[in-house]
Design a protein around this ligand. Structure first.
Ligand code: NAG
Length: 280
């Protein structure tokens, strides 16, 4: 598949990957209410990287983000700044790929992460987990993985697509019209290699599906490597605050668009009134 290789190649070429793994102590901490966040691993889930608040306050509940990297890279630190920032806002992030890992991921690794996080032995270890709220999301090739792992899995409550879209019109027509769960698109504008794919998917969604699509004219690479993930970090945090944590203030970013427009996002949305999430 030519486009797939282009997406893979571009995601690598745009310098998203951070080649040198940074030891947790020197890494970013995020600036959310649950900061400092950090990354770690758990021996009962091989081939993945976890991002979480270092200390979870008594009584807090932490929902889950399952993440797939650009280029389907198996380095769980490729989105270090971005994912640490999300974790610092009260999200337990499971990235495909171990820290500094090499090779490729696939959608089954996401499903394995969902199996793991919903297991009772995992909940014993992380008692604050709120696994009734799970987003599966990913960038570029990882976005395609997110469709595969997220659309038909009832444990997944919402999907995030970053600089991505399904690769062929046929696939889009087969998959997208059946998506009823909330799905958010964070795209890089006309120069994003995945621009047309994301636009096509957005148009083929059912009218009643809560969806938001923003384009920021930075191209395929987004702003993930900037401090705290830059503008993509801001928008993504709002998405998870709303769709996973039920934060109504964060919802304004999408329903009233003032902040999104100020940041430079061109926005379209539909049926966001159908997205109702109780605060946790
Ligand atoms: C809700 O989201 C807003 C905007 O993102 C943020 O300022 C606020 O701290 C969040 N509230 C909670 C309880 O996390």
């Amino acid at each position: 598949m030519l486009l797939k290789s282009v997406i893979l190649a571009l995601a690598t070429a745009t310098g998203i990957s951070q080649a040198n793994p940074i030891a947790p102590r020197q890494g970013p901490t995020g600036n959310g209410p649950f900061a400092p966040a950090h990354y770690t691993t758990d021996s009962s889930l091989s081939g993945h990287t976890l991002y979480l608040p270092r200390n979870v306050p008594q009584g807090a509940k932490i929902p889950v983000l399952i993440w797939g990297n650009g280029a389907c890279s198996a380095n769980g630190l490729d989105f270090l700044n971005f994912l640490t920032q999300i974790a610092s806002h009260g999200v337990f992030v499971i990235s495909s790929g171990s820290p500094g890992g090499q090779g490729s991921t696939n959608a089954q690794m996401m499903t394995r992460a969902i199996d793991w996080v919903t297991r009772s032995t995992t909940k014993e270890r992380y008692p604050w987990l709120e696994t009734s709220r799970i987003s599966v999301s990913g960038m570029s090739c990882g976005g395609v993985e997110a469709y595969t792992a997220g659309v038909n899995d009832n444990r997944v409550t919402t999907i995030g697509i970053y600089n991505s879209g399904l690769l062929s019109e046929q696939e889009s027509r087969n998959v997208v019209p059946k998506i009823n769960k909330p799905i958010f698109y964070f795209m890089g504008g006309l120069s994003d290699i995945a621009f047309n794919n994301g636009e096509r998917d957005y148009r083929l969604l059912p009218q009643s599906t809560p969806t938001w699509k923003g384009n920021l004219n930075v191209g395929h690479g987004g702003t993930y490597g900037d401090q705290n993930g830059g503008k993509f970090g801001v928008a993504a945090v709002r998405y998870y605050q709303w769709a996973l944590r039920g934060n109504a203030t964060a919802a304004n970013f999408f329903t009233n668009n003032q902040e999104a427009n100020r940041d430079g996002w061109s926005v379209e949305s539909r049926s966001l009134g159908n997205l109702r999430v109780n605060p946790i």
